[in-house]
Design a protein around this ligand. Structure first.
Ligand code: EPZ
Length: 422
């Protein structure tokens, strides 16, 4: 297994190119199941989760071919001959649940291994299943698999999500795209990743009203497959936010090329509260951090509020702030596993339920730490950039799921970080 070795950084400087968004790319790859033509996708991030979903589609019979040098992946689902997403793949990536809606809509039956929980929480998919049942699916859970059939096809209906669910919204939008009739989704997720999915479907003949709002109205094609034009995946706002935190924690000026500041409102606002200033263009963000980092209060909520996927990174940053920061995690029940590792580095953090109290300014010392989930991994790298001595971050297969060439991008701006073998 690999690990990352990080020396305390002097200043970072220069530019980082932001990759395509993993959480946009995953539903967009699943969307290719709705297409009659070969779908061409540009700007896919080179991360493990994308490779896993492409492998799943290949296992189902699709022809996926990626040419990384010209940054293009094509997916031909006309050869799909399987409708069962098996445990061996789904257990490695819960977002495999995103094939359920499209496969059921196209073939009228589908089996997907129940995605187990994960480190950050139980993460049920009950809302996905309840909505599909409302659309006419008959769903049974047997031996760890979701068995779904839609004997008379999926029918549009009015769905109200009890909770805002990102992949739940994406799944139902894709199911509704091929359903007969009109589906409304109330309490829909408004994340930029869901917006791009809706925009591409809308451009492919599925009329969708209310895009980027909490109420989506999808006019299904009644089974008519889609002709989907080539598209490029939007930039990864969480990757961008992570590097903004790297700049802030090391007091370095960095420019992020390809970042979309419009997707980072809450993150930029919190960094401004903590003392950073920004120069923003259509496709770049330059951060001018302050020497003194101010403490902050953060509550994670659904978009456009502060994203849970940035909580761990800001918690690491808050260890370097003057004063006491309060960070409340409202989306997942177990998303503070980076806290114990940061405490081992010398951070002064106390946990009370889903609220972390971070007393800055802690002097961090490098040591061996263990990644527990994707965003916790990046938080430990950020801490390693300012900790005295050497920090070794182990189990970085978590990091490789969602960050494209993180150590190379940081090396290119002056960080002393290497990928080594255990
Ligand atoms: C997506 O996960 C993201 N993953 C997550 O990013 C992100 O943290 C999360 O949205 C919240 O923004 C992808 O897009 C692939 P949810 P998702 O359904 O869709 C509960 C990362 O780091 N819920 O919006 O699985 C659930 O337990 C990952 O890139 C139900 O109760 O999250 C949670 O408390 C981590 N029943 C809340 O809703 C359901 O059927 C939000 O979950 C579905 C969800």
């Amino acid at each position: 297994m690999d690990y990352l070795q990080i020396q305390k950084a002097q200043k970072l400087h220069g530019e980082i190119k932001i990759s395509g968004a993993k959480n946009a790319a995953l539903p967009l790859i699943a969307m290719s199941i709705l297409a009659k033509n070969i779908v061409t996708i540009k700007n896919l991030p080179h991360v493990a989760d994308i490779k896993t979903l492409l492998k799943l589609l290949s296992n189902l019979g699709a022809e996926c071919s990626s040419s990384w040098e010209n940054d293009t992946t094509t997916i031909d689902t006309s050869t799909l001959n399987q409708t069962k997403a098996t445990y061996d793949i789904v257990k490695t990536m819960r977002a495999s649940i995103l094939v359920l809606g499209p496969i059921l809509a196209r073939f009228g039956h589908c089996e997907v291994s129940l995605p187990g929980g994960c480190a950050i929480g139980q993460r049920p998919v009950d809302l996905h299943l309840k909505a599909l049942e409302q659309m006419g699916a008959v769903i049974n859970i047997e031996a760890g698999y979701i068995h779904a059939i839609a004997p008379n096809g999926l029918k549009g209906c009015n769905i109200i999500f009890d909770k805002i669910t990102v992949t739940g919204t994406a799944n139902i939008v894709m199911a509704a795209a091929l359903a007969s009739g009109v589906t409304t989704i109330t309490n829909a997720a408004r994340e930029p990743e869901v917006v791009q999915l809706c925009e591409i479907l809308n451009a492919s003949g599925v009329k969708i009203d209310g895009i980027a709002t909490a109420v989506l109205t999808i006019h299904g094609t009644a089974g008519e497959l889609l002709d989907i034009e080539p598209f490029s995946v939007i930039p990864d706002r969480i990757e961008a936010g992570t590097y903004l935190c790297a700049a802030a924690i090391t007091r370095s000026e960095l420019t992020l090329k390809g970042a979309n500041a419009k997707h980072l409102g809450a993150v930029l606002s919190k960094l401004q509260e903590m003392g950073s200033k920004f120069t923003i263009t259509d496709d770049s963000i330059t951060i001018h951090p302050s020497e003194v980092i101010k403490h902050v209060k953060i509550v994670t909520q659904e978009y456009p509020a502060f994203p849970t996927d940035m909580q761990a990174q800001f918690l690491a940053l808050a260890t370097q702030a003057d004063g006491t920061s309060i960070i409340e995690e409202r989306l997942f029940e177990n998303r503070f596993m980076h806290v114990s590792e940061l405490q081992r580095m010398g951070a002064d953090i106390s946990l009370n339920g889903n609220v972390a109290t971070v007393n800055g300014h802690s002097k961090l010392s490098g040591t061996d730490v263990m990644a527990t989930d994707l965003r916790a991994s990046s938080a430990l790298v950020l801490a390693g950039l300012v900790a005295d001595g050497i920090t070794n971050v182990h189990r970085i297969y978590h990091l490789d799921r969602g960050y494209d060439s993180l150590e190379k991008k940081l090396q290119n701006v002056g960080a002393d970080i290497s990928r080594l073998k255990e």
